[in-house]
Design a protein. Sequence first.
Length: 441
Amino acid sequence: MSAPQINIKRLNSQDAGFKETLLSSLSLPMGDDEAIDLAVARILAQVQSQGDEALVALTKQFDRLDVANVSDLVLTRAELEQAYLDLSPEQKNALDIAAVRVRAYHEVQKVEAGCHSWEYVEADGTRLGQKVTALDRVGIYVPGGKAAYPSSVLMNAIPAKVAGVKEVIMVVPTPDGARNPLVLAAAWLAGVDQVFTIGGAQAVGALAYGTNTVPSVDKIVGPGNAYVAAAKRKVFGTVGIDMIAGPSEILILCDGTTNPDWIAMDLFSQAEHDELAQSILLCPDAQFIERVQESINRLLPEMPRKKVIETSLTNRALLIQVQDMSEACEIANAIAAEHLEICTLEPRKWAEQIRHAGAIFMGNYTSESLGDYCAGPNHVLPTARTARFSSPLGVYDFIKRSSMIEVSEAGAQTLGAVASTLAHGEGLQAHARAAEMRLKK
Ligand SMILES: NC(=O)c1ccc[n+]([C@@H]2O[C@H](COP(=O)([O-])OP(=O)(O)OC[C@H]3O[C@@H](n4cnc5c(N)ncnc54)[C@H](O)[C@@H]3O)[C@@H](O)[C@H]2O)c1
Ligand SMILES: N[C@H](CO)Cc1c[nH]c[nH+]1
Ligand SMILES: [Zn+2]
């Protein structure tokens, strides 16, 4: 019996109106849905006014977890450690290796991405510089509605700890009370300081405003669904946020030299996250696109998450025939995908033409899924075309900079004259006088 045909939208870059059709098929940034916005505003107000009591009620309502007291939503460090100790040797080893690799990458990032203080001294002795300090306390949101994400625990907590954040507070929903042992173990391994089993907008509200039990934080990071995204947008200003990371995306550029089964499975790998996830293939070879479609049809029925994958592929995926690889790169820059795989003979050559992508995976052996778990770079990445202006979560998200200025007596003479002239020009006499008073008579 032949495999059922999965209906995936086909486009050709030569079609009339291709660019418009493509752009209108891409994901929109999350958090713009009016009904969700309203629901989230109510939840945040409830958390702000009722604190712990609201957390208990909302966790019962949305996660079907009925606890008598908010203390039942707290996980102790001992529980986290026990979860780690109870892992199978294989799981422990995999988690350890992933944590070591993620830490190593972010240690290098801390040095190379300018996450250190610096200063220089001018000829007259004036010192100027930048002081870098880690945030005091951050909240990490670990999604848990449709799947459990131990890898996201590592990706959020490790860079925070590498940056020097003293307190990392984690929230993770446990629908129906189901705690994922790998999530708890990852929290222990990454050095998370406190964990609360709460999720959604109520968890974001608790971290932003604080309750008697949940401490308020300075910044909230981590991906989540539309409720989490809307809540993060709303609390921004009270606390910092990293970005609004939406449903997963993968864009594959392939010259037709890769095993089509590999391409099909890589498309599945992001589609299986969410019905709203988006998988796109750009390829100049029409016959190869047919072979990928055949692989999809044959491989999908054996996937445990085939329902989610099929919905995502039929509603959101695109198989696009392009003129050549150069055009594929141009289109990839317009899409600005979260994950970009370049499955070609000369991946580095094409990567040079890419300006916009959250993460670029080069070569046939670099499946995106390696990056999700253990390559080392962060898997929390900009989605919905925001890679045009934002970057992966990193050590730099957990630090801030203060400008340092120490003007010498000699420096005050030259700078004082300049400041005085400009201040008078702005009509700000006190500014001028403050500079002039320091001038030698
Ligand atoms: N970019 C990344 O790094 C990354 C990593 C992992 C997951 N993801 C994405 O994160 C998302 C995770 O979503 P999820 O749903 O699995 O978990 P989630 O933890 O983000 O959301 C679950 C919470 O949503 C709230 N909620 C659900 N329905 C609600 C309703 N009707 N009203 C109010 N609140 C409601 C509940 O409080 C629940 O605890 C997926 O889109 C996935 O693709 C992204
Ligand atoms: N691909 C997700 C980010 O879009 C991250 C992830 C976690 N686990 C598996 N995948
Ligand atoms: Zn993934």
